[in-house]
Every structure is written in structure tokens, then in C-alpha cells.
Ligand binder design. Structure first.
Ligand code: PLP
Length: 409
């Protein structure tokens, strides 16, 4: 850890801002959504920030996203809740990628709790601690709940979590084991979110739903800063992002903007590609229709649970980032996702999660349709460890008491 306890580290938050109206709000007090019911964005005094840190100073620090602390909202070091975060590696797919070092996976499965939800929840829980909260609640498809439970337990807070009843058992159990209290609900994530929202008054819990408080975006923003730093303060040509609530896509877009404003990167932006599953593709549908908002997707289904999000409060922020970047939105079906997961595992030795595999198959489809080229430097996000998901069974046994036919091997 680079952080010394008991110390205030410089933070540069100036105010919060409604992502829709631009209305300003005081920092350092509790906020949920803006009065318009839209996400609040954290704004910084970027000039002061850029005077207090430079690229060389950063290069001296330990890995993990807390190295970007000047870009983050936590004011007091003692409120930082950490679990040994690492800088996640960039792994090129040199056997399956079109050209050497052109298709790179950012492997977020190496983070605490095995997914990139750790970034957002570490920040949200640290800020919850700073603001004096003691009971957090959220709806989850699995990974967010696990990250919230882990960081909340680490901070000595209560965590109450609601997930759809068909959430993989491994996720339900990891939440409970890491100190959360988890309920299976006969509905989807938006139904779970309703329970959290409606229970606020009766329980006093704080709603940590995706984009419903301002700080998870700040945690996910570190994916963009980290990527730019790893590429020598350059951005790639294209980013394929598996999009559920869109926190990561919105967060990275914000990161690139802040980095350009302080002169750390130029005006080039990656084309941002929002990847969804054909069984739940509200953003793709809205994108194709040229709309700013994405209405609820009925009967959402996909085995890529992390992107089974029928409705997103940050829909317009996702769509704007995709449009401004010159990117696009694309839906891929579950068979293609599973086939990609299995093929990348077998041929590259890289076990992607289904959502990560969705980005790979989306890349192949976009290559085939000419939306990206083999010369593009492409970054795919593997958002969680593939080990949390069901894998194909193996039916091969060997009886050591019988003569072994070595010609079979
Ligand atoms: C949450 C999650 C996503 C979607 O991330 P957002 O930033 O909320 O869109 C994708 N994949 C996995 C594995 C997730 O847990």
C-alpha cells in the first residue's frame, strides 16, 4: 500500500453535478440520484489536481487503483477500505487475435472478489464510511453484491443484498460468506432494485445500486486511467465493453475527459463499443433506433448474468459516450458467447467469463462486418474471473487397477 494511515491526502472534489441538467450540489454530504432521478457526477478542481501529481510521481507508486487517489473523492486516508487491489494485466490474444498485440484483454478477474465490481464498490464503501453510513443495500446479479459484501465487512458495515432467484449459486454463497445478508427474489435485478428503493425509509439502509450514488462511477473510472497509463498514456483504437448498467463505460469516458483536460492524453478517443446479449439488449435497440433513452427490455435472458440489466438509469450517458466516440452498440447471442468462451480457453489458455467472451465474439463479428479492422488496437474487458461460472462437464475416467493403454494418450 502506498497510503499512510491517519493522514488526509489531497483530494480535489469541487462539487457534484446532475448528469442531465448540470445542476450543482455540495460534496461531502449524502447524495443518491439527482432531483431529476439521474446519476450525479463528481467534479474536480483539475487545475489544482494537475499541480499536485504528475506521471513520474505516479510511476513510483505501488499498483492498484488507489494509486490514482488524487483523481478520487475519498478525503481521509483512514476511510480507504482496501483488500489488496492490483493493477490488472493486459493480456494479448496472440493466437486468436487478427494480428500480434492488436487484440488485448484487460483481465479484471484478478481484482478482489474476482471482478471489476471491486473498483466501484471499494470507492462507494469508502465514501459510505467517510459519510458515516453503517447499513448498505443493493440489488445485484452477483458480482456487485459480492464486492459490496466484502468491502462492507472490511469496513465493519452491514450489507443487505437482493438478487434474482436464478443468480448462480456461487455468487449467492460468496455474498453470504463475505458477511452480506443475501435474499433470492423471484424477479430480475430491476425488481430487486425496487425493494431496495422502497425499503429505504423503513430500514435506514443506503442504496448502493448502480449509478444511484455518485461514487461507483469514480471507482470504475480508474479502469480508464489505468489503461491509458499501461499504454504509455495513449488510448487504444477501440474498446469493447460488456454493458449492463454501463458504469464502466461511463466511468472510462469520464476518465479520458479528465486526463485530456490536464494534458495527460491528447484528444484521441477510443471508439467505445457497448456489447450486450441478444436476450437483453436495451442499449443496442435504442442505439439502432437513434434514441437517447433505452426503455425496459421485457423477458430479459442471457447466461452472461452481469449484462442481464433490462433498464439502466445511465442509458443516455452510455449512448452519448458511444456516439461521441464514433463507436457502436452490438448484441451477440448466448451460443456465440459460449462458443467464444470455450474456444479462447482451449486455444489461448485464457478462461474468460461469459461477459468477457461476449466482447471477444462481438469483436470477431465487428471484424467480419468491417466495423473494426485488423490494424486497430482493440481492448476487450474480461470483467470477472471465468472460474465463477459453470463450465462444460468432463467425462473421462481412468481405472488405475486395469492395464493402461498408453497408446490412447
Ligand atoms: C457488472 C458486470 C458487468 C456490467 O458492468 P457495468 O459497468 O455495470 O455495465 C459485466 N460483466 C460482469 C461480470 C459484471 O459483473
Amino acid at each position: 500500500m502506498t497510503i499512510n494511515s491517519g493522514q488526509e491526502f489531497p483530494t480535489f472534489v469541487s462539487h457534484l453535478e446532475c448528469s442531465m441538467s448540470g445542476e450543482r450540489f455540495e460534496p461531502d454530504t449524502l447524495h443518491g440520484l439527482s432531483p431529476l432521478g439521474r446519476p450525479l457526477l463528481v467534479r474536480y478542481d483539475l487545475e489544482a489536481l494537475s499541480k499536485s501529481v504528475d506521471k513520474d510521481m505516479l510511476a513510483q507508486r505501488d499498483g492498484g487503483f488507489w494509486r490514482y487517489r488524487e483523481f478520487l473523492p475519498v478525503r481521509r486516508t483512514e476511510n480507504v477500505v482496501d483488500l489488496g487491489e492490483v493493477t490488472t494485466p493486459l493480456v494479448p490474444l496472440n493466437r486468436l487475435g487478427a494480428k500480434r498485440d492488436r487484440v488485448i484483454v484487460k483481465d479484471e478477474g484478478r481484482l478482489p472478489t474476482g471482478s471489476f465490481k471491486a473498483r466501484g464498490l471499494a470507492l462507494a464503501v469508502s465514501m459510505a464510511k467517510e459519510l458515516g453510513l453503517d447499513h448498505l443495500a443493493m440489488p445485484t446479479n452477483g458480482n456487485a453484491g459480492a464486492a459490496m459484501a466484502a468491502y462492507a465487512s472490511r469496513a465493519g458495515m452491514r450489507a443487505t443484498i437482493f438478487c434474482p432467484e436464478d443468480t448462480p449459486d456461487v455468487n449467492v454463497r460468496e455474498i453470504e460468506l463475505q458477511g452480506g445478508t443475501v435474499y433470492r427474489v423471484n424477479g430480475l435485478i430491476n425488481d430487486c432494485g425496487k425493494i431496495v428503493g422502497e425499503g429505504k425509509e423503513a430500514t435506514g439502509w443506503f442504496d448502493l445500486s448502480t449509478l444511484k450514488e455518485p461514487y461507483r462511477i469514480e471507482g470504475k473510472k480508474t479502469m480508464g486511467i489505468e489503461l491509458a497509463e499501461q499504454l504509455g498514456w495513449e488510448v487504444p483504437d477501440v474498446i469493447f465493453y460488456p454493458t449492463g448498467g454501463g458504469t464502466g463505460l461511463i466511468g472510462m469516458w469520464k476518465a479520458f475527459d479528465e486526463l485530456e483536460r490536464i494534458g495527460w492524453i491528447g484528444s484521441k478517443r477510443p471508439r467505445m463499443v457497448a456489447v450486450q446479449a441478444t436476450g437483453c439488449a436495451p442499449i443496442v435497440r435504442a442505439w439502432e433506433a437513434g434514441e437517447e433513452h433505452a426503455p425496459l427490455w421485457e423477458n430479459a435472458h442471457t447466461f452472461a448474468a452481469g449484462i442481464r440489466v433490462p433498464v439502466a438509469v445511465g442509458d443516455f450517458l452510455i449512448i452519448r459516450a458511444v456516439r461521441e466516440s464514433g463507436g457502436f452498440a452490438i448484441a451477440v447471442d448466448d451460443d456465440a458467447i459460449e462458443e467464444a468462451r470455450n474456444r479462447v480457453s482451449r486455444e489461448e489458455g485464457f478462461l474468460l467469463c461469459p461477459e468477457g467472451a461476449a466482447t471477444f465474439t462481438a469483436y470477431e463479428q465487428a471484424l467480419a462486418s468491417g466495423q473494426v479492422s485488423t490494424d486497430d488496437q482493440v481492448v476487450l474487458y474480461n470483467c470477472a474471473t471465468g472460474l465463477k461460472y459453470p463450465m462444460p462437464p468432463v467425462a473421462r475416467d481412468l481405472d488405475r487397477h486395469q492395464p493402461i493403454d498408453y497408446s490412447q494418450f
